[in-house]
Design a binder for this molecule. Sequence first.
Ligand SMILES: O=P(O)(O)OC[C@H]1O[C@H](OP(=O)(O)O)[C@H](O)[C@@H]1O
Ligand SMILES: O=c1cc[nH]c(=O)[nH]1
Length: 507
Amino acid sequence: MKLTVKLLDIANRGVLLHSTDAQNIRVRDGDRVQIADETAGISVQAHVDTTSSLIEPGVIGVYRPLNATLAASEGTPVEVRSAERPLSLSYIKKKMDGGRFTKDETLEIVKDIVDDTLSPGEITAYVTASYINGLDMDEVEYLTRAMVETGERLQFTRHPVVDKHSIGGVPGNKITLLIVPIIAASGLRIPKTSSRAITGAGGTADLMEVLAPVSFPAAEVQKMTEKVGGAIVWGGATNIAPADDKIITYEYPFRIDARGQMIASVMAKKFAVGADIVVIDIPVGRNTKIATPQEGRKLAREFIELGERLGMRVECALSYGESLVGHTIGPNLEVHEALAVLEGAPEPNSLIQKSLSIAGIALEMAGKAAYGQGFDMAADLLRSGKALEKMRQIIEVQGGDPTVKAEDIVPGEYRFDVRAPQDGYVIELNNSALVTLARLAGSPYDHGAGLDIHAKKGTRVRKGDPIFTIYADREWRLERAIEVGRVLMPVVVEGMVLERIPPERWV
Ligand SMILES: O=P(O)(O)OC[C@H]1O[C@H](OP(=O)(O)O)[C@H](O)[C@@H]1O
Ligand SMILES: O=c1cc[nH]c(=O)[nH]1
């Protein structure tokens, strides 16, 4: 059917059809059409949205991202007909039914994710099917390789190249902001690509963005790393394993991290940057991604095996995940805390110990420190100010202000102190509830939003002492976080009444 192009400034790879035209072409919402500009010799596929009012019959609304390929001008006549479903959909259906992906099927799905052939709903179905039915080690390897093959890779001439990654799941995990400058200050190279928040309230890319731009093409990441020894960038902007960020986008709203996809997501980024040596941080604890040390050890074996299959030396560190790292959650608060430690602050212990331990493992694996001496070497690099100096170089090479100080990074202007309802010890800090509150306050999008925890587990408090402060950049967000916080009660003080349940007739 011939239709006339109307360009629509909508950021989706689709088209809008009048419902009568859609009926004639025999397509419905979510189906696909093939659109051919015969004069220009260009033909593309797109998903269909239908309307009975927003567009005239005889006109096809072409969304902006699709027109990057179709290159039609307003009024161009195009031939539109219904198109086949991509094969990937039948592979996804197979996984929904409990089947296994083959290597070729995985590559086909990943290609279709990268070039936007699959719609958001279809990618969500893929993530959900993998989350529920799991991926075995072969499927994880296929996925890792497919993610790498469909993107760009870095190639360093000087080795070893070191990398670290955390599987996330513990709030306040700002350790990358310390580990990368420590490793780079030792003379090693560490081209660190990170995701934004997945299940948390601030991923490393969200944090680094407070200090400098994080969106760079792959070649630039390599150049910056060669120049100053390290970089901390957002993987989603690099075209390194580009499927990864597209998949994470659909995990974020559900706060899930499908296990097989998570392993592939982490390892694809390490493989694509040419890492020889990798340390993986696996936080373990209730309300994290990994509840028990047994589960953590099993996951560690999987990372190590995948590393062997890909030719990378991998070691894993099971870390304490029952409680947040440091005292803060949310971009500005976390960056302030990390910069303060680089500047010489002696606290918080949990942040310093964890960062030095993981940096130490990497230094030992790379042969910079003798076995058992890595922690001390990392501590020297931190205490001597060399890590701070390196962080300033990294900030500068990424286009930020290298003179920035911790005191310059301030939390949001709206704040609320949550106080102890009685005397006692803090006996519970619920990670998941803390993340919910930080997200409600606006984190990670509002950089000033987040939480500052004054009394961690085991701290003795007196009635009225502040236990934590909620910060927000916008007042209505603070109010929403306070309202939900009253119900969630993320912090429990010994002896507190958790809930009052009256008899039915009083409710
Ligand atoms: O939001 P959740 O799931 O807690 O964790 C996601 C974070 O964990 C990893 O951190 P890093 O890149 O190793 O510093 C990811 O890249 C991301 O920043
Ligand atoms: O980079 C990461 C970290 C955790 N989980 C993922 O899926 N990717």
